[in-house]
Design a protein around this ligand. Structure first.
Ligand SMILES: Cc1cc2nc3c(=O)[nH]c(=O)nc-3n(C[C@H](O)[C@H](O)[C@H](O)COP(=O)(O)OP(=O)(O)OC[C@H]3O[C@@H](n4cnc5c(N)ncnc54)[C@H](O)[C@@H]3O)c2cc1C
Length: 415
């Protein structure tokens, strides 16, 4: 089977790249082994929250020129990053994903731990503020589903009380959700969200919460609405009639799954082919060019293309694989930038910068990969697999995924 471009991985970087290429008339195949980081997403996109030395960033586009030369943003160049950044909200909006931000400045997401964290853009329903000092309200009612353990009302109350709000916690028992409790493993965000897609269910929830209100001006609920249709969040808001904050739960992330589904649908609607649940296992490279790959499910079928894009993620997604002494990229055997001394890989203090998160595939200035120090001319690397940055430490995860995806797509298109 022959395509113009084959992309390995089904996460944010892969889908953005695939959509851009399909929009430009390239025939693309995405091979996706399984879950990706969007399934665990906060519903916000980071572009740059901190410089590598730890300095907090307020305006990412102003601080990007301070990054080292091998950082993916430096390879793209600040002017192109500005151009791509300006297009992100319209790009996602075109496919039904509404993002909001503060004219390029970082905003503040209210976390499930009751704290505030910086981010660049947020999905519309995510509680996102210009400043952590912004007045949210005066009295908050925090509502959980009885028996739902993945939403911590107490942490949220503590966080809001630190901001001067007085808080009251309630739990609601809805018959449709109670059915999930027959088996405790069913009481997960995604299953509640499936139930809450049904009109009679979100209406019953909205009515019940409204009836619990005393004099509160803010209601906090778990972010389990709008799995397929983000309008459900608006409808719940209308029923409750005071300000509603949909606060994230433990994974899976309902907002992230919806984003992934919408991007996948967009890719397929414009003619892309998505191989769900398949895994690239091996590749053929000759004379510095990838000629084909083989996958688990299509064993025996060579998948050929003019260009290949590796978007298979970091260690978390098995795009990179660690053994005691090394980090490897398993599909092509590409050169990976890592520190050989394993003692240098991590800090025992979990909350400190973890060096292993900065390991990644070595690329040239156009994000082409190297194997045994030789350039592979038609193999590009995008997203969290690219070396040169520590996205968790910098708060640049989605930004690196989107910017490298757009840059490589343009490179392939010829821009
Ligand atoms: C748990 C978690 C939560 C995060 N939350 C946020 C957040 O809220 N905001 C933010 O800005 N950043 C976040 N990040 C950072 C994240 O890295 C980026 O935001 C971005 O989503 C990464 O996308 P990606 O496409 O590079 O990789 P991934 O999303 O990791 O996707 C990689 C994909 O490749 C597939 N794959 C792997 N090997 C193969 C193979 N051999 N064949 C086929 N497919 C394969 C995997 O199954 C997966 O689908 C998070 C990261 C993690 C790990």
């Amino acid at each position: 089977m022959k395509f113009d471009t084959i992309i390995i991985g089904g996460g944010l970087s892969s889908l953005v790249c695939g959509i851009r290429l399909q929009e430009a008339g390239k025939q693309c195949l995405i091979v996706s082994a399984g879950q990706n980081a969007l399934h665990f997403s906060t519903g916000t996109f980071g572009l740059l929250g901190r410089l590598p030395d730890g300095t907090a960033v307020e305006e990412p586009l102003l601080d990007i020129p301070k990054l080292p030369d091998n950082h993916p943003y430096s390879k793209i160049g600040v002017e192109r990053i500005k151009e791509y950044a300006a297009g992100v909200i319209p790009f996602f909006g075109k496919y039904g994903i509404k993002l909001c931000g503060f004219n390029g400045a970082n905003g503040w997401r209210f976390t499930p731990m009751g704290t505030f964290k910086p981010a660049w853009l947020a999905l519309e329903e995510i509680p996102f503020f210009k400043s952590p000092d912004e007045v949210i309200g005066h009295k908050a009612l925090i509502v959980n589903f009885a028996g739902f353990m993945d939403f911590n009302s107490v942490f949220i109350a503590e966080g809001l009380e630190k901001k001067g709000l007085s808080c009251r916690i309630e739990s609601v028992k809805l018959k449709v959700v109670e059915n999930l409790r027959a088996n405790p493993t069913e009481m997960r965000s995604i299953n509640i969200a499936r139930v809450m897609e049904q009109e009679e269910c979100w209406k019953e929830f909205g009515r019940t919460v409204h009836s619990l209100l005393k004099d509160e001006d803010v209601v906090v609920v778990p972010e389990v609405f709008g799995l397929n249709n983000p309008l459900v969040c608006d409808w719940v808001r209308e029923m409750i009639k005071v300000k509603v904050l949909f606060v994230g739960t433990m994974p899976p992330s309902v907002a992230g799954i919806r984003t992934q589904k919408l991007l996948k649908k967009a890719f397929e609607n414009i003619g892309g082919t998505f191989l769900m649940g398949d895994e690239a296992l091996s590749s053929s490279i000759s004379d510095g060019v990838v000629t084909s790959i083989k996958t688990r499910n299509l064993d025996g079928t060579l998948l050929e293309a003019d260009d290949f894009v590796l978007a298979s993620g970091h260690l978390f997604a098995h795009g990179l694989v660690a053994s005691p002494g090394k980090i490897e990229e398993p599909v092509f055997g590409l050169d990976v930038d890592f520190v050989p001394d394993r003692n240098e890989w991590y800090d025992k203090n979990f909350f400190e910068k973890q060096n292993y998160l900065g390991f990644g595939v070595v690329t040239d200035s156009r994000f082409r990969a190297f194997k045994n120090a030789s350039l592979v001319d038609n193999l590009y690397v995008i997203g969290s697999e690219v070396g040169g940055c520590n996205s968790l430490n910098e708060g640049s995860g989605a930004g690196v995924a989107i910017m490298t995806a757009l840059r490589v797509a343009d490179e392939i298109i010829g821009g």
